[in-house]
Design a binder for this molecule. Structure first.
Ligand code: SAM
Length: 379
């Protein structure tokens, strides 16, 4: 394989756009901090590049915190999101739902008028309990009960997300990569904090302007989207999990236990790159690390599905990053483009937007890990 058959463009000024940072100050986008997310402005850039409008339909098969869908809603473009993680589906649905603001204000008033009732903490696992002070956890469980009683499904999701954010803010959780650590610190009174978050979220809804369009979010696997028809989409704007990156369910273990008690999440079920058994190595000549073989095998399946659901002439924008292994850097942009070409895509552009030096034991340089946007079109 000639790894240099494509020209890599460099656009360092787009580097920040493929991160979540610009979303942190935006109404609604900031309702859930998602380290692995990209920004609204990245989606806008792709919408302009692909000349999409309100007759278009866009897919994000790895929707994460729903950035693509939310940006489409601001532009009035129909969109569909898919994610294998129930938390991602919940966050995306909650951010993109239509709300009656007056109704939310009324519910908030009712919730905060309720007098506190003592809660039985033994319903929470020991693992989760260690991350909260007793008064905080009692308050969280009390308000969770109030939120459970809300009848309107959209309003219930809205308050659940607010509660989840408030709960994590008053917790002792420190997310250290894929590991959760207990770091004790003084925490504010929960009720006050929760109220502040609800107020801010309601204010956000007043400040954001959505246009009329259709949005659907599915809990599903990007490698097998049989719930989506062939030739249905004008464009795909997405970022799959990065090669070698953290496993997404473990870091959210507390959120899942407290707010998704009835959902069982199996971290080994179908996550890209985590099931190295029964795979066909797409690059046998490269002798890739096992995790990379599994990753590209899964990426091939996801790309085949993207090809199937795109219309002829449809465009795809996929953000990927190089995988750092002890002895080398795996060039995800080139290999993903190679897979896409084998499937039948035209490779329009590969745009490198970030790059960092990878070293072994922090001393010997083993290569450069690039973060790139791959632009594809279906002939
Ligand atoms: C890099 S994040 C996407 C972030 C998104 N662009 C945003 O701005 O929030 C990748 C997402 O892919 C999801 N994912 C992992 N494996 C998947 C699969 N097989 N099918 C669908 N989604 C998957 C993860 O749950 C995660 O939410």
């Amino acid at each position: 394989m000639n790894s240099r058959k494509w020209i890599l463009e460099e656009r360092w000024e787009w580097g920040k756009l493929v991160t979540f940072i610009p979303n942190k100050s935006l109404p609604v986008y900031s309702w859930f901090y998602f380290k692995e997310g990209f920004s609204r402005d990245f989606v806008y850039l792709m919408i302009d590049l692909f000349k999409l409008d309100n007759r278009s339909v866009i897919l994000d098969p790895f929707v994460g915190s729903g950035t693509t869908l939310l940006a489409c809603k601001e532009k009035g473009i129909n969109s569909v999101g898919v994610d294998v993680a129930p938390l991602a589906v919940f966050v995306s649905q909650t951010k993109t739902a239509d709300y009656k603001i007056e109704e939310l204000i009324k519910i908030a008033k009712q919730i905060f008028e309720k007098k506190f009732e003592r809660q039985d903490l033994s319903q929470v696992s020991r693992f989760t309990r260690q991350f909260f002070s007793k008064p905080s956890l009692e308050d969280i469980l009390f308000f969770r009960e109030q939120v459970r009683r809300i009848e309107d499904p959209a309003a219930k999701n809205f308050f659940t997300l607010a509660l989840m954010n408030a709960a994590m803010k008053v917790s002792y959780v420190y997310k250290d990569g894929a590991v959760l650590r207990v770091v004790k610190k003084p925490v504010p009174p929960f009720r006050k904090f929760f109220k502040k978050i609800v107020k801010k979220m309601i204010k956000d809804l007043k400040n954001i302007h959505f246009k009329q369009c259709k949005i659907e979010v599915y809990l599903g696997d990007a490698r097998k989207m049989d719930f989506l028809g062939d030739d249905a989409f004008d464009a795909i704007i997405t970022s799959p999990p990065y090669l070698n990156k953290i496993e997404y369910t473990k870091v959210y273990e507390i959120e899942y236990e407290l707010f998704f008690g009835d959902v069982k999440v199996d971290p080994l079920r179908s996550y890209i790159g985590l099931n190295p058994k029964n795979i066909i190595d797409p690059f046998p000549d490269l002798n890739l690390p096992e995790a990379a073989k599994a990753y590209f095998y899964d990426m091939r399946l996801a790309l085949e599905e993207m090809f199937r659901v795109l219309k002829s002439g449809g465009k795809a924008s996929i953000v990927v990053a190089g995988g750092v292994f002890p002895d080398r850097v795996v060039e995800s942009d080139i290999l993903t483009a190679e897979l896409a070409e084998r499937i039948g895509f035209d490779i329009d552009r590969i745009i490198t937007v970030n790059k960092r030096v990878a070293t072994t034991r922090r001393v010997i340089k083993i290569g450069e890990a690039r973060e790139s946007i791959i632009i594809l079109s279906k002939p």
